[in-house]
Design a protein. Structure first.
Length: 535
């Protein structure tokens, strides 16, 4: 591409480790034209992020880079830190997957945007603040003149990502590198962010390198795609051509990674395990010197739900809809009112001691296994920990045997149980979290966004694993997610939540094909734009 503004040629990235050199990027070449969006796709560990980070000099101290990366003809590889700092933030900028880790919690968003503007341009604070407000307005932050003084924690996930976009585009760069910028967002917010990026690209004429593992997003935003695997480019070309007629088996595997099929329905006469009626979880807001209650957040507001043996009920909705809070209320992890029963036994009147033997029957798998697995314990110890509470009579050898069985059941090598969580991939850690729940032989498992941070192929494997375990043990699932493709593949019925209430519920296929409520229609329309099959 002679007209390209960004060229990478024969880029190699290596990292020195105690176990020897890791060859993370292997002779990668790609180009991006002005105003173009190039998608760089692949699973975790494929080298897609490292390729761009290394090109911009953002590499760990144990790394080395060879090859070439030229921005509008200027070589970046080997350039010193000082000249790179005049380019990064001005001519090329980057936004990341999780804005909360990129924004400084000690400074307002306005201070951070102003700092970026003044770092690269000789203007005063007042003028830079005006430009920062204009940047926030450009990314549609409501009441930008007031919100500019907010701290990152005072904004929602979608708003924080908009702030990162505003900061990245404040100096009108030639190239924007977007590294998984929508992965952690609800489907409607994803659609809004993608539309916003496309609009700003047209307005500013910038090029975008969009790094993602979601092929549905690629179809929507890019004309060309680069497919990476194990540090190498295995295929590249126009999106329609690569996706329509993939030449490499890895590309075909990625395209086939969408969870398919529907769950086999539970028998109509299956007994009810969980029955919740008019559940409410309200959080009082206290202000003033005397901490008087001045408002109430109605996180869950009169929700009813029934779960039968062998059934999966999907709970969907945007962040803040109350779906995770409902799951925690059912487990008695937070105070709630109303009625919650397990096998006709009322749970709300029970104290901690009375609840303890029931907790092995209702287990929870979290969204982030890395955050929920102790880094100081081996995998075997983590999986067997619940047995110390619920089966204290077991010997250490018996607990170890049960942990090995649990690992085998989730299709992991039991010989790995003496390793620590950081030695496993994201998909393996999620299997470990599932094994920790399954070792207690529960009746009900609450799955809170268990696949949202995983590659699509890993998501498919986890869905198949959960289906197999459900069929083998007659498990019942509450499956909490904002990913409607996963919910469609997992659920018998779906509850749609908004602002703490259920706005629509019904059997999976009829609800997805013909939603009644406008909110559900909006969720499904956003999901369809990035690849949900509603047939």
């Amino acid at each position: 591409m002679p007209e390209a503004i960004f060229h990478i040629r024969n880029l190699d990235v290596r990292f020195r480790t105690n176990q020897g050199d890791v060859h993370a990027v292997k002779s990668v070449s790609l180009s991006i034209g002005p105003g173009e969006t190039l998608a760089i796709v692949g699973e975790s560990g494929s080298g897609k992020s490292q390729t761009m980070l290394a090109s911009l000099g953002l590499i760990a101290s144990n790394g080395s880079v060879t090859g070439s990366a030229r921005l509008t003809g200027h070589e970046l590889v080997g350039l010193g830190e000082a000249p790179l700092n005049t380019i990064r933030g001005r001519r090329v900028t980057m936004i990341f997957q999780e804005p909360m880790t990129s924004l400084d919690p000690l400074f307002t968003i306005g201070q951070q945007i102003v700092s970026v503007i003044r770092r690269h341009r000789d203007i005063g604070k007042a003028e830079a603040r005006k430009e920062a407000i204009a940047a926030l307005e450009r990314v549609r932050i409501p009441d930008a003149a007031r919100r500019i003084d907010a701290y990152p924690h005072e904004m929602s996930g979608g708003q924080r990502q908009r702030v990162m976009i505003a900061m990245a585009l404040a100096n009108k760069p030639d190239l924007l590198v977007a590294d998984e910028p929508t992965t952690a967002l609800d489907v409607t917010i994803q659609a809004e962010i993608l539309d916003l990026l496309a609009e700003l690209q047209r307005e500013m004429g910038m090029a975008i390198a969009f790094i993602t593992h979601d092929l549905g997003i690629v179809r929507r935003i890019a004309r060309r795609v680069v497919v990476m695997r194990r540090g190498e480019v295995v295929e590249q070309g126009p999106v329609a051509e690569v996706f329509g007629n993939p030449r490499h088996p890895y590309t075909r595997m990625l395209l086939d990674a969408e969870p398919k099929g529907l769950k086999a329905p539970a028998p109509a006469d299956s007994p009810v395990l969980i029955e919740a009626r008019d559940v409410k979880v309200h959080f009082p807001i206290r202000t003033g010197l005397l901490s008087r209650v001045t408002n109430v957040v109605k996180a869950v507001d009169g929700v009813s739900i029934t779960l039968r043996r062998g059934e999966t009920v999907g709970i969907v909705g945007e962040s803040g809809s109350g779906k995770s809070t409902l799951g925690r209320a059912i487990m008695r992890m937070i105070p709630a009112t109303g009625s919650i029963s397990f096998e006709d036994r009322a749970l709300l009147p029970l104290d901690k001691a009375a609840m303890r033997p029931l907790r092995r029957q209702i287990q929870l798998v979290f969204q982030d296994p890395y955050g929920s697995l102790s880094p100081r314990m081996t995998v075997g110890e983590i999986i067997a920990e619940g047995l110390l509470v619920h089966e204290p009579h077991l010997s250490a050898a018996e607990r170890d045997r049960r942990a090995a069985e649990a690992l085998n059941e989730v299709q992991l090598d039991a010989a790995l149980r003496n390793r620590f969580p950081h030695e496993f991939s994201g998909g393996q850690r999620q299997r470990i979290a599932i094994a920790r729940a399954m070792i207690l032989k529960p009746r009900v498992v609450i799955l809170d966004e268990p696949t949202s941070a995983l590659d699509r192929s890993i998501q498919k494997a986890i869905v198949e694993l959960l289906r197999d375990l459900q069929q083998k043990h007659g498990l019942s699932y509450l499956f909490i997610s904002h990913d409607l493709a996963i919910v469609r593949a997992m659920s018998d019925r779906i509850l749609v939540m908004k602002d703490g209430r259920v706005v629509e519920e019904g059997e999976t296929v009829p609800l997805i094909r013909a939603p009644r409520e406008a909110y559900t229609q909006r969720l499904l329309a956003a999901a369809a734009e990035i690849g949900l099959d509603r047939s």
